[in-house]
Each structure stands twice: as structure tokens, then as C-alpha cells.
Design a protein around this ligand. Structure first.
Ligand code: HIS
Length: 371
């Protein structure tokens, strides 16, 4: 089968001007904003041994990995679908001796095995921060504040934070709302899909009220509090109240306690981030556990942002002044212009056309004149 020239595999794309520049500009601005909160940047590789990517975070699956055999080591390598696991590996090994809490930031491409309907792209630019050594309420609030600031710096407005309780079913099933072990996964899936009939069929009707307890945070919290047998969640609900106090004025807060989708390894709290005019989720995060080589576990809290939807709506675009330099322009003059922040487009033939080349100015008598 021949492949049409320029055709790329599904979910992979070229970024052209000006979006390619906007994308790197946005990543730079966001990572600088994260760094201001003390998060030092790490830069793990695009691919590593499969074991390095799957064993690091408790409960993280290994399904969505692009795998291949490395002709050099003869070992199975995988392309990273998520940088958080790599940061976990670094924190547990090379930076295991650094004082806690350890604040690390990252940014770069990740590759998902499957696209989703909402996100047809498989290669995404992921950036974020991980606060390692704690999953306290204070840690969650710091992480949310850093994420919100990073989104604001990127130009996102109308931010919504949707909170969820990823381990809700396990927590309740172990206490007041028992479920046979074999049914926990099924109950979780049905709650995630808000499938009331399925839940009842499973003998998990006690969980039905959780489906109703979703929406703007204040009424949702009130409904959760009223659920018979949900006292095991009290500490989590208090934490959510503290989050409302900390960031409720800055963003819209919603609560969807049974949302699990995309929260594979997050534990007592998770959150999704949305922005006005941006389709789908633009970020996600929560608390999780890093597994150390000796089997011990370390708590952590973090967030990741996905910058592609921002670039797609034009955020990060940089306005440039582009001056056309006719043939024979003195190199010292053009160097001076570049030092003054101009982009210089030098003629290479008499036929070159300043307007067609996207110039905003043309150099006349040593000075840029607007076209
Ligand atoms: N890396 C996760 C989000 C996250 C970061 N830290 C904890 N959770 C994701 O992209 O879904």
C-alpha cells in the first residue's frame, strides 16, 4: 500500500507557523510560571524501559502504551503517555535523597496509544507540576493554585475546576456500603457512566444518590452530606470545603464525586480543569502514591495541563514586526534591527516580494517603513 505524500498517521499532526511558535511560547510561559512557585524542571526521555513507566505509580495501568523492542538493548521500551510516572521514578530513585516536599515541573510531548472522541490527537504537549512527599489538603490547595495561575498566564479565562473522589467506591465498600470484592470495579464503571439501572441490577442501589450529588460545589456537597452511610467521606468533604474557601472566588468549582474516567492512579481527590471557549478537559490532577524500589509508598499531589487546545484557539500567538531588507542591505544595519526585536527578511533576489513574504515593514534609507 502506498501512502499519500504528506499523510500522517491518525492522531499525529504537523504544527505549522504560527502555531508551532505559539506552542513553544506557551509551554515556556507556563513552565516559568510554575517554576516561580519553586518547582524545578526535570526533563525525562521520550521513551524508556516499559517497567520504568508502569510500576511507578500505585494503581497505574499498562494498557495505553506504545511499545517497541529496542534494537540496542533488546528490551521492550515504551513511549511515555504521561510524564507524571517518569517524575515519580526520578523522585524515587535519583532524587530519592532530596529533602521533602520535593517540587518538580516538566513539559514536553507525550504519546497516547488511543485517541478519544473528544481529543482526536494522540501526540499532546503535557506540562505540569508534582509536589512529592505529601497529599495533604494544603498540598492539594497549592497544586490547584499553581495550576490556575499557569492557566491564567497562558491566557485562559473562565476557568472551571471539577473535583472528584476517585477512590469513593473502595472507601465506602470497605465500610458502610459493603460490596462484594468482585463487584467493586463494575460498580465504579456504572457510577462513572451514571448508569442507575445497572447499579440497581448489581445490588449497589445504596450508591444511587451519589449520581445525583453532582454539579456546582455547594449544593453537591449538601447532597453528599445527606447520604445515609456516607460518613466515611467526612474528611474528604471538609477538605473540599477548605478548597472552596481557598479558590472558590477565583474559579467556578463543581463536584462530580463518581467521575473516574481518566483518573487511573489518583486517590482521595482528583480534579479536571476546563476553560471558557476550550473544548474538553485542558488539565487534570490529584493525589497519588509513588512506589519506591524497596516497595514503600510515598504520597504525592500534582497536575498536568494539555496545551494543544489552547494553541488551537490562538492562545500563545506572538505578534512580530517583520522588516524586508532589500538586496545589498548593510549587515550591521540588519543586525541592529534584530537586536531591537525586529525579524529581518533579507531579499535573496530582485524578484522577492515583501508583502508576499509576510513583511509588515520595508527598510528604506536605513529605517523600517510600514507596508
Ligand atoms: N498526569 C495526570 C495528571 C496528574 C498529575 N499529577 C497527578 N495527576 C494526567 O495527565 O492525567
Amino acid at each position: 500500500m502506498t501512502i499519500a505524500p504528506g499523510l500522517l498517521p491518525e492522531g499525529l499532526r504537523d504544527r505549522l507557523p504560527p502555531q508551532a511558535e505559539a506552542s513553544s511560547h506557551l509551554l515556556h510561559r507556563v513552565i516559568v510560571a510554575i517554576g516561580r512557585h519553586g518547582y524545578a524542571r526535570v526533563s525525562p526521555p521520550l521513551a524508556e524501559f516499559e517497567e520504568g513507566l508502569v510500576g511507578q505509580l500505585k494503581s497505574a495501568g499498562s494498557r495505553d502504551l506504545f511499545r517497541f523492542v529496542d534494537p540496542v538493548s533488546q528490551r521492550t521500551l515504551a513511549l511515555r503517555p504521561d510524564i507524571t510516572a517518569q517524575v515519580g521514578r526520578i523522585a524515587a530513585t535519583r532524587m530519592g535523597h532530596r529533602p521533602r516536599p520535593l517540587r518538580l515541573a516538566y513539559g514536553g510531548p507525550v504519546l497516547k496509544l488511543k485517541a478519544t472522541q473528544l481529543r482526536p490527537e494522540r501526540e499532546l504537549t503535557q506540562t505540569g507540576a508534582e509536589l512529592i512527599g505529601t497529599d495533604s489538603v494544603a498540598a492539594v490547595i497549592e497544586i490547584l493554585q499553581v495550576a490556575i495561575e499557569a492557566l491564567e498566564v497562558a491566557g485562559v479565562t473562565g476557568i472551571t475546576v471539577d473535583l472528584t473522589l476517585p477512590d469513593l467506591v473502595e472507601t465506602l465498600a470497605a465500610g458502610a456500603m459493603p460490596l462484594p470484592a468482585g463487584k467493586i470495579d463494575a460498580a465504579r464503571d456504572m457510577l462513572d457512566a451514571k448508569d442507575a439501572g445497572g447499579l440497581a441490577g448489581l445490588g449497589a442501589s445504596a450508591y444511587l444518590p451519589f449520581i445525583e450529588a453532582a454539579g456546582p460545589v455547594a449544593p453537591a456537597l449538601a447532597k453528599l452530606r445527606a447520604i445515609e452511610g456516607a460518613q466515611a467521606l467526612d474528611k474528604r468533604l471538609e477538605a473540599i470545603e477548605a478548597i472552596v474557601v481557598a479558590i472558590g472566588d477565583r474559579v467556578s468549582l463543581t463536584l462530580d464525586p463518581t467521575e473516574r474516567h481518566g483518573f487511573e492512579y489518583q486517590r482521595w481527590i482528583g480534579f479536571s480543569l476546563f476553560g471558557e471557549g476550550l473544548s474538553g478537559e485542558i488539565g487534570r490532577g490529584g493525589t497519588y502514591s509513588i512506589v519506591h524500589p524497596d516497595g514503600s509508598e510515598e504520597k504525592a499531589t500534582g497536575f498536568s495541563l494539555y496545551l494543544d487546545p489552547l494553541v488551537d484557539v490562538g492562545l500563545g500567538a506572538v505578534e512580530h514586526k517583520r522588516v524586508f531588507l532589500p538586496l545589498g542591505t548593510d549587515p550591521a544595519t540588519s543586525a541592529k534591527l534584530r537586536a531591537e526585536d525586529w525579524i529581518t527578511i533579507a531579499a535573496v533576489s530582485e524578484a522577492d516580494d515583501a508583502a508576499a513574504l509576510g513583511c509588515t515593514h520595508i527598510l528604506r534609507d536605513g529605517h523600517p517603513v510600514a507596508l
